[in-house]
Design a binder for this molecule. Structure first.
Ligand SMILES: Cc1ncc(COP(=O)(O)O)c(C=O)c1O
Length: 447
């Protein structure tokens, strides 16, 4: 039997198993006539089974679904739960806060403590809060367009920075910027607002910056949303040098690369961004986003009386900085995602990566494994892709779905997007071994 037809028949078997194991989830899905796409948000239909698994409870790195199936969770809410599900200090802080007022339009002191902790970790002194990382990015790029008077933002091809209009651009086949496939209702042609360069391509970056119209480069220090793509030696220093030379600000989006350590990739690699955006994990599962500004930028913006930063100028949200998000962020940073927790998570992730490499090599597969601190991912390409376009070209949706479903049917969850496994403070070496045993069996059946 060819590998393709073997994959097809194994997939049919796994789909049937999935349906048998999840009658409650299937019924819940069928009862959701008044949700667009039957789910609260359309991306929740990204599932390898024929319907999503419905949550009953989650704690630490364990999830129990409505049918009573228990899972070891390596998806961790695609980083939203990198602190583990419902970490006790966050639950305590939020429970206490919830009973004392929620939407008052007044600051709480938790925000200042959280801001100081972010400043200590990431080296930028002035912080503002949003409810999502998407909004943190949106507002950061508005501020930088305002300060520079330049119209464009530059991103890396196949980046993801949330649903930010300016970021939905890729390097097209002719080497020029083009709208990303599937871009929904773009307000204008994205090439009017944005420029694009491949990750790890300093020449391409310089060519684009030379136009002199780029307010900011918005980038992840390592790509994470098209598989992990790590920076070549010298690349990030080159980006910093070029952005400075061309009068362009640099935004590090650490929403996922925070996995690199307590101060994210910025501290880990000693980077010097002008702005840093983040979200997801810092709230311990409670919605929050944040952006930090350099002192120079904070001063420049404060001096601009023409910018409406307090009302309807395009930067802000009514519930941004709300007391619950701030209590959760303070507790997560001070008590959960501590230096010690990161040390454990990174050690566990190293074991995960080492074991994965051994298994993949054992089958002689031309795959690669990349790790960024507590985050590990395999790609169906070796050597590992060096930029987003290469990484996108090596995706294999059928194979991914099969592996995800095979693991889910045996009690292990990977993120539904590509093959990422994330460690939280509770992830143990026994959990890693459990994943590897099932992964090994899946490959044995497949090859
Ligand atoms: C690097 C990066 N930035 C921003 C976002 C957007 O986060 P959110 O969906 O919470 O707005 C994501 C989401 O995956 C991300 O990976």
């Amino acid at each position: 039997m060819s590998t393709d037809s073997r994959l097809e028949s194994l997939m049919a078997r796994e789909r049937a198993t999935f349906a048998d194991r999840h009658p409650g989830s299937r019924a819940a899905y069928q009862r959701s006539d008044h949700l667009f796409g039957r789910v609260p948000m359309t991306w929740m239909n990204k599932t390898a089974g024929d319907f999503p698994i419905y949550l009953a409870t989650a704690r630490g790195n364990r999830i129990v679904d409505v049918d009573g199936n228990e899972f070891v969770d390596f998806a961790l809410g695609d980083t939203g739960a990198m602190a583990g599900h419902s970490p006790a200090p966050v639950v305590a802080a939020v429970t206490e806060r919830v009973q004392r007022g929620l939407a008052t339009m007044m600051p709480t002191e938790d925000a200042a403590v959280a801001g100081a902790e972010l400043a200590r970790r990431f080296g930028l002194p002035a912080w503002s809060f949003a409810l999502t990382a998407t909004d943190a990015n949106r507002w950061a790029i508005r501020l930088l367009r305002a300060v520079t008077g330049r119209p464009k933002i530059l991103v890396n091809s196949y980046c993801y920075h949330g649903s930010v209009d300016e970021s939905l651009i890729v390097v097209g086949p002719d080497g020029r910027g083009a709208s990303r496939e599937g871009n929904v209702g773009a307000p204008v042609d994205v090439t009017l607002t944005s420029r694009v360069a491949e990750f790890n391509d300093l020449e391409g970056l310089e060519r684009e910056l030379a136009h002199g119209d780029v307010a900011a480069v918005l980038m992840e220090p390592a790509l994470t949303n098209i598989g992990i793509v790590l920076p070549d030696d010298g690349y990030l220093a080159g980006v910093r040098e070029l952005t400075r030379r061309h009068g362009t600000y640099l935004i590090n989006d650490e929403t996922h690369t925070f996995s690199a350590g307590p101060g994210g990739a910025t501290a880990f690699w000693g980077l010097e961004p002008d702005v840093l955006t983040i979200g997801k994990a810092i709230g311990g599962g409670v919605p929050v986003g944040a952006y930090g500004l350099s002192a120079e930028l904070a001063d420049a913006l404060s001096g601009r009386g023409d910018l409406d930063l307090v009302d309807m100028g395009g930067v802000g949200g009514t519930l941004a900085g709300n007391p619950v998000s701030m209590a959760a962020t303070r507790a997560t940073l001070q008590e959960v995602l501590t230096d010690a927790a990161f040390a454990t998570m990174i050690e566990t992730a190293s074991a995960f990566a080492d074991g994965l490499i051994r298994i993949i090599e054992g089958y002689g597969l031309p795959w690669s494994v990349s790790r960024l601190g507590a985050r590990v991912e395999y790609r169906f390409a070796s050597p590992a892709p060096r930029n987003g376009t290469e990484s996108a070209a090596n995706a294999n949706a059928e194979l991914e779905d099969f592996l995800h479903l095979y693991l889910a049917n045996r009690g292990v969850l990977l993120t539904p997007f590509h093959n990422m496994a994330l460690m939280c403070p509770q992830t143990s070496l026994a959990d890693v071994a459990r994943h590897h045993e099932i992964f090994d069996t899946a490959l044995k059946e497949l090859t």
